[in-house]
Design a protein around this ligand. Sequence first.
Ligand SMILES: [Zn+2]
Length: 288
Amino acid sequence: MANEWEIKKEICEIGRRLYAQGFAAGNAGNISYRLSGNAVLCTPTQICKGFMKVDDLCEVDMDGNQLAGKRKRTSEVLMHLEIYRAAPSAKAVVHCHPPHATAFGVARVDIPTCILPEVEVFLGVVPRADYATPGGQRFAETVRPFVSKANTVVLSNHGTVSWGRTVERAYWYTEILDSYCRMLMLAKQLGHIERLPGAKVHELLDLREQFGAGTDPRRVHGGELCVNTEYGRGVTGEVEPDGAGDAAASPSDRAGDTSAEKGRHSADDFEALVKTITARVVDALRSG
Ligand SMILES: [Zn+2]
C-alpha cells in the first residue's frame, strides 16, 4: 500500500483532474481515502479541488470526528463514511457534480444500460439516490441501499458519487459515467438509440469477470439486465396512439430491420401518427 504522503498527493492530483474536467465548479466535490484502522483522509470544506496542497487535507474517524488537519473537514464526508461502512472493499470515494451525469439526476432519468461496452464492464447499473439536503446524516443515508449493488450512484438534483480500491479508480468510474451520459444525450439528438442484445451484454459481463472486476451485481442479485429501455426510443416510440396499427409498432418489434429501414419506418410512423391525430381532431370537432 502506498504511504500516507503518496495518498495525499494522489487526492490533490485527482482534485486537479476533477476541476480541469469541469466536474467540480467553485468549491464543489470531495474526495476521501480509508487508511487502515479507524482513520479516513478527506478534503476540507470550502476549497477549490483544483488547487489543493497536501497540508490542506483533513483526517477523520469513522464517526466523522476530526482527528487532524488545520482546515475543517467537508460535511459530506458523512456520505463517504456510510459507503465505507457498507462496502468493506471500498478504500476511496469521489463525490462531484459532473454536468452530464448530474443532468440525469436533475431530470430524474435513470441511466440506461445495455448500450456501451465500457459501461457494462466497468459500471453496470448506476442507481439514482433520493434527494436530501447535502451534508447531514440523512443525506449520507440516501446512498446506503445501493452500495452493495453498484460502484457509482447518481444523487438526484445534486451530483454523483463513486468508490473503488484507489482514488484514481473511484475517479475513473465518474469519468466513464459522465462521458457515457454525454454520448447518450448526443445520440438521442440523432434519433434512435440501439440497444445491445441480452446475449451480447452477457458476453461483456463474462469479460468483466475475466478482468478480475468481480461478478456484476445483476448476476448476483438478479433484477433487470437492461435499465430504462425507453431512453432514446425516438418520437414514434414514445408516443403510441391507440389504433395507430402496425405503423406505430415499437422498435423492439422490428429487431430484424436495418438502420436504413428503421429510418424509413420512422418517417412512416410519423405520418401515421399525424393521420391519427388529425382524424381525432376532426372527430372531436364534428361531435362538438
Ligand atoms: Zn456535492
